[in-house]
Each structure stands twice: as C-alpha cells, then as structure tokens.
Design a protein around this ligand. Structure first.
Ligand code: ZN
Length: 139
C-alpha cells in the first residue's frame, strides 16, 4: 500500500515513548490514570484531573469517529506537493474522551463528515514504525 503522506520516523518526547512502543506492536493504546481512571492523550507524566503519576496503557476501543478535520490545499514543503489536497483529522474516541491527530486515508475531502465512524488501520513510517491512520466507513 502506498503511504498516505511521506512520514519521517517518530521522535517522541519521553512521555510518548510507550505510546510508540505499543504502536510498534500495532496496538493503539492511551494512557489511563491509575488513580481516577480517566484517559488522556497526548501522553503526559501526571493526570491533569487528579495529579496522580500512576498510569497504565489501555487499548483503544474499536469505536472512533471524526471529531474534526481540515483539508490542506497548499503544500508547506516540496515533499508534500504531490499529496495535496490531504486531510488532517482529529479522531475522537467518545467512550474514553480522548482525541488523536491522524489522517483518513481512503476518502476524498468531499466525503468527510463530522461524526462519521472510523476504523483504525496502520501504515509504516520510514523506519518501519506502524503509524495509526483511519479508514472512513462509507455509507
Ligand atoms: Zn487521575
């Protein structure tokens, strides 16, 4: 499969290293506070709700939806010129109340709709790290 966009290898801050370790196993997981149980993303060293530093990594649910998106029409670098227009999507996981920035890779911009159901898929970065991307549920 061709890549949706050219993708350099992730160079995550320390708090996000476990997120990418799970991605290398093709498992999308989010931090869950070990004290209050709330989920958070992007990864952070302490819970913004209760201040606890206890954390576990909870698998993402199958249910995701398009919370918001933008369509990029002007390539910011030469490397992206052949990819426009492309989307940048905010994918919501309502049951966890977390959101993830990603792309919807199988639909033209005119088909994207806020609230549409999405399904997780993976494409590899330059170093082979699987990147979590999404497919739109066609209706
Ligand atoms: Zn908490």
């Amino acid at each position: 499969m061709n890549r949706y966009l050219p993708t350099p290898s992730p160079n995550p801050p320390m708090d996000a290293v476990p997120f990418w370790d799970w991605c290398r196993k093709r498992e999308l997981r989010f931090q869950q506070c070990g004290a209050c149980g709330r989920h958070r993303h992007p990864p952070a060293p302490v819970c913004r709700f209760c201040g606890s530093d206890q954390v576990k990594w909870d698998p993402a649910p199958d249910e995701a939806e398009l919370f918001s998106y933008t369509i990029v029409h002007n390539a910011v670098t030469e490397a992206l010129k052949s990819y426009v227009p492309y989307n940048i999507a905010v994918v919501g996981f309502p049951s966890l109340q977390v959101r993830l920035i990603s792309n919807i890779i199988d639909m033209p911009p005119s088909s994207l709709r806020i609230g549409m159901p999405l399904r997780l898929t993976w494409q590899e970065c330059d170093d082979g790290t699987p990147l979590p991307l999404f497919l739109g549920e066609k209706s």
